[in-house]
Design a protein around this ligand. Structure first.
Ligand code: FRU
Length: 506
């Protein structure tokens, strides 16, 4: 093992750090990007992640590691797979090889196997290439050994990365499937293997829908529609950067069929690389905000839940965010399910909720007319969950103001005529550290029976908004300079109703 550890040049920032999240994973020090190797094993969730153990900027890419019993309380572990002179350890996945198909463990002690991208440095005979490699752990992820036969899959490509591996068990047989990307070609490539060491190509998918940036970090999984076990679809996740719906990085998804060989999309709107951007809003997006990227799901959760985590940042400005010796947080973990809506199968998302349970301070308002203007609430919210339901009626817009104080605020506005929900962080505080940061995000959200339901999670530097029970989400970072925690609701025009409002703080 290489000797990199997390005791690097940058000291941990004390609790006075105003932006260190309470409920979103950050490494104690230094840089973090994509979640990697998400795997659940023996009661523990493992979160590996792209990490620079030596500084708060991207570089020295290694797999950091954290563990949690509940997806909310994370404990940082030693760096799992450090980079070395020959290779950086780029994104990938991990599986519990229960039947020791790889032979990297024993029948009595089967291995955890990480499948990662070797990004070869100039010192390597494979300089300039990206290929897929294995590392294994025989002690539940504490220590890792690289497989001697690495790489296990090399296409002599400079942009072949981000393998997501899962066990396929269906009509075509039982085997490991890898989805990875040829990033620049905007293609997902699919492979199969019996032992994780030798791989045979099955098929490829793409380019399709959003192609305005490289394709990265794919995922492929099956889910029931509306929890009906007899009605199942496959979801292909493709992260894209830049060219995301809100600018820069974002995740798109396709819903379709996978027969063990090929993925056939039922949600392809445009094909090929000639996309002009005009149909972007017709594609499936995991999130309509600026800060939910490289999202992938856990393997090994046996009860059927499909839980994803995204990197809560955007490559447009990730290197400039105004935090201390740490940089970047993960999103709250989200359970994704499929539902049929107007004949179309779409994703619904629900965050793992830190605000359930007794003993947390709360504030509620019952049904009442919402007069034109702004109603400041007699409660503050910095780390909180806000549930609010509006019936806008004839009003032209209604909304919620969070992190208000001094001249600062972040606005969630619903424009009734346009049916659009908007998150505006242009006056949220520190916004000038990068020209791409001051932004307004929008998503079409039809009212349901005349009503809009919002669930908003606030943490010290983020707003995650879930509309209509998670049918649309907007995730944005905010860095309030004046530490405002004010909360308000508002209406423009007469006749709106506030049906309910609940704030739970921790
Ligand atoms: C996505 C990504 C991956 C790559 C990793 C490198 O954010 O660019 O494609 O493996 O980050 O850190």
């Amino acid at each position: 093992m290489n000797s990199l550890t997390t005791t690097a040049a940058y000291p941990a920032v004390a609790s006075t750090d105003p932006f260190r999240p309470k409920w979103h994973y950050t490494s104690e020090r230094n840089w973090l990007n994509d979640p990697n190797g998400l795997v659940y094993l023996n009661g523990t969730y493992h979160l590996f992640y792209q990490h620079n153990p030596l500084g708060p900027d991207w570089g020295n890419m290694s797999w950091g590691h954290a563990t949690s019993p509940d997806l909310l309380h994370w404990e940082e572990q030693a760096v799992a797979i450090p980079c070395d002179a020959q290779e950086a350890i780029f994104s990938g996945s991990a599986v519990f090889d229960e039947h020791n198909t790889s032979g990297l463990g024993t029948a009595q002690n089967p291995p955890l196997v990480a499948v990662y991208t070797s990004a070869y440095s100039d010192a390597s005979p494979l300089a300039g290439r990206q290929a897929q490699s294995l590392a294994y752990s025989l002690d539940e992820g504490r220590t890792w050994t690289k497989y001697q036969g690495n790489p296990v899959l090399d296409r002599a490509s400079a942009d072949f990365r981000d393998p997501k591996v899962f066990w396929y068990d269906g009509a075509a047989g039982s085997y490991w499937v890898m989805v990875a990307v040829e990033a620049v070609e905007r293609q997902v490539v699919l492979y199969k293997s019996g032992d994780l060491k030798t791989w045979e190509q099955l098929s490829s998918f793409g380019p399709a829908n959003a192609t305005g940036g490289v394709w990265e970090c794919p995922d492929l999984f099956e889910l029931p529609v509306d929890r009906d076990p007899g009605d199942r679809k496959w979801v292909l996740i493709v992260n894209i950067n830049p060219g995301g719906i809100a600018g820069g990085s974002a995740g798109q998804y396709f819903v379709g069929e996978f027969d063990g060989v090929e993925f056939r999309s039922g949600s392809t709107v445009t094909e090929g690389l000639q996309e002009d951007g005009s149909r972007m809003r017709e594609y499936g997006w995991l999130d309509w905000g600026r800060d939910y990227y490289a999202a992938v799901s856990f393997s090994g959760i046996a009860d059927g839940r499909r839980v994803m985590i995204g990197w809560m940042n955007n490559w447009d400005y990730a290197g400039s965010t105004p935090t201390g010796g740490w940089r970047s947080a993960m999103s709250l973990p989200r359970e994704v399910t499929l539902t049929r809506l107007d004949g179309k199968v779409v994703l619904r998302q629900e965050a793992t909720d830190p605000f359930e349970g007794p003993g947390l301070g709360s504030f509620s308002l019952g049904p009442q007319p919402l007069a034109p203007g702004t109603l400041e609430l007699p409660v503050t919210a910095e780390v909180a969950r806000i549930d609010v339901e509006f019936e806008p009626g004839p009003a032209s817009s209604i909304g919620l103001i969070v992190r208000a104080g001094g001249t600062e605020r972040t606005l969630l506005t619903y424009d009734v005529a346009g049916g659009m929900l908007r998150l505006d962080r242009r006056e949220s505080g520190h916004v000038n550290f990068h020209e791409a940061f001051p932004s307004v995000e929008t998503v079409a959200v039809p009212l349901q029976e005349g009503r809009l339901r919002l669930r908003v999670y606030l943490d010290r530097c983020s707003v995650e908004a879930f509309a209509q029970d998670g049918l649309a989400t907007i995730t944005d970072l905010v860095f309030p300079a004046e530490a405002g925690t004010g909360l308000a609701v508002f209406a423009v025009g007469e006749g709106a109703q506030l049906l309910a409002l609940d704030v739970v703080r921790s």
